[in-house]
Design a protein around this ligand. Structure first.
Ligand code: 5AD
Ligand code: SF4
Length: 449
């Protein structure tokens, strides 16, 4: 058994946060101790992201810092996990001498073995992708808290032409419903109040005849005082059944992250998104009818190859029609190995930046307006702890995933559900007064004027 200390740093999406917890689970079983300090660790692991070039550049920068630790303590093992490991494989070891280990997302079970190899002075590489690995039986290492991530499926079969994920995380496969439900039960017993079910494309979840809607209703039934969230949904297969399931279950949050990517059908086709804007907007309308008060967020890419000013205006038009509560907006970044990489990256950098800034500005304006309309309304928040800025205030979140700041009070603690009245709002934050502390049983949230 190893007594070594391991330090993990996580970059990128929530799937990586969940994966780091899996890795810690695997290593703790082998006797490794978790450490929060890279200087004292025997093994330093970076769980990396490849989605855009700047994500990878950050890791190279970090490897530069870690070199100093290795100079002081040459026996320290430095490893790259996650998407960059899968994408760059042995190139990483060859180009970056500081790297001892390169282990992709489907080879974490063998991590202890690869670390041993590295302790013996050899480089460890494990980058095979699997069609079946779901780590279903692995217990992730989690500190106590209120919110937990659970990955319910891995990989992606969509092959959007800009995206590296199908290559770095492999084919879609789902965990068993039973093991997910028993994980939620354990979290509930430990006092967690919120679970986010994760997958690159959760609507494709499938286990023994159960689809994602079935998983959601089973998850919701575990503990009615626990909020259930999920991400990410693909517009092609967000089913009516799923929408009704959200509407029917008090503790399934009224919040859907539904990446649109572009407002132009021509660009959507080049992206291989497999839906039209008309289909997308219909879906939004339907969801708004079935789930009163539902809120949406999205992902948008500006400057995809051949994107014209007209295409850009169509994206702006969709944003104005949907009025998203939030959006993650990116400049197109060519990724080697993807279909779009073979297209000419012909939108000039300054045009990409200009378009990106325009949509960011529009989203801020819309978010501000939506939040202003909430002033005077009452809503239930789950209190998460002190606000980032001051310990005179507490911070919580609405069912629709908005942050609300309230004054501290002796009766209210992290983990409580509290009814608040909104009295002020910026584009990013709501401020409120406490109306009443609620019982643990959740009431479906209604934003009443
Ligand atoms: N360039 C820019 N953004 C990208 N995304 C995925 N691949 C790229 C890329 N090559 C964005 C998409 C996706 C989100 C997770 O990242 O909007 O939904
Ligand atoms: Fe990438 Fe598209 Fe799969 Fe999302 S759905 S992970 S954007 S390929």
């Amino acid at each position: 058994m190893s007594e070594n200390k391991v330090y993990i740093e996580t970059y990128g999406c929530q799937m990586n946060i969940a994966d780091s917890e899996l890795v810690e689970g695997i290593l703790n079983t082998e006797g490794f101790k978790s450490s929060k300090n890279p200087d004292e660790a025997d093994v330093i692991l970076l769980n990396t992201c490849s989605i855009r070039d700047n994500a990878e550049q950050r890791i190279y920068g970090r490897l530069g810092n870690l070199k100093k630790i290795k100079e002081k303590k040459p026996e320290t093992v430095i490893g790259i996990l996650g998407c960059m490991a899968e994408r760059l494989r042995k190139d990483l070891i060859e180009k970056k001498s500081v790297v001892d280990l390169v282990v992709g997302p489907d080879e974490y079970r063998r991590l202890p073995e690869f670390i041993d190899t590295a302790f013996n002075g050899e480089k460890g590489i494990g980058v095979k992708l699997s069609r079946t690995e779901t780590y279903d039986d692995i217990v992730p290492y989690r500190e106590d808290g209120l919110s937990a991530w659970i990955s319910v499926m891995r990989g992606c079969d969509k092959f959007c032409t800009f995206c590296v994920v199908p290559f770095t995380r492999g084919r879609e496969r789902s965990r068993s419903l039973d093991s997910i439900i028993s994980e939620i039960k354990t979290l509930s017993d430990r006092g967690f109040k919120e679970v986010s079910l994760l997958g690159q494309n959760v609507n494709s979840y499938s286990d023994d005849g159960n689809d994602f809607a079935d998983l959601l209703s089973a998850s919701a039934a575990v503990d009615k005082s626990m909020r259930i969230r999920f991400t990410t949904s693909h517009p092609q297969d967000l089913s009516d059944k799923l929408l009704y399931t959200i509407a029917e279950n008090e503790n399934l949050c009224n919040y859907i992250h539904l990446p649109v990517q572009s407002g132009s059908n021509r660009i959507l086709e080049l992206m291989n998104r497999t839906y039209t804007i008309e289909h997308y907007l219909n879906l939004i309308e339907k969801a708004k009818k079935i789930i009163p008060g539902v809120s949406f967020s999205t992902d948008i890419i500006t400057g995809f190859p051949t994107e014209t000013f007209e295409d850009h205006l169509m994206t702006i038009d969709v944003m104005s029609q949907v009025r998203y509560d939030g959006a993650y907006m990116f400049k197109y970044s060519p990724r080697e190995g993807t279909k779009a990489y073979k297209m000419n990256d012909d939108v000039p950098e300054e045009t990409k930046v200009k378009r990106l800034n325009e949509i960011i500005e529009l989203q801020q304006k819309v978010s501000y307006e939506i939040n202003q309309e909430l002033i005077g309304t009452e809503t239930t928040i789950l209190v998460e702890g002190f606000s980032k800025k001051s310990d005179q205030f507490l911070s919580g979140r609405t069912d629709t995933n908005k942050v609300v700041i309230i004054p501290v009070s002796e009766e209210i603690a992290a983990g409580d559900y509290v009814k608040v009245k909104i009295n002020r709002a910026t584009s990013a934050t709501l401020f409120g007064d406490v109306v009443e502390k609620k019982s643990a049983e959740l009431e479906k949230e209604k934003l009443t004027a």
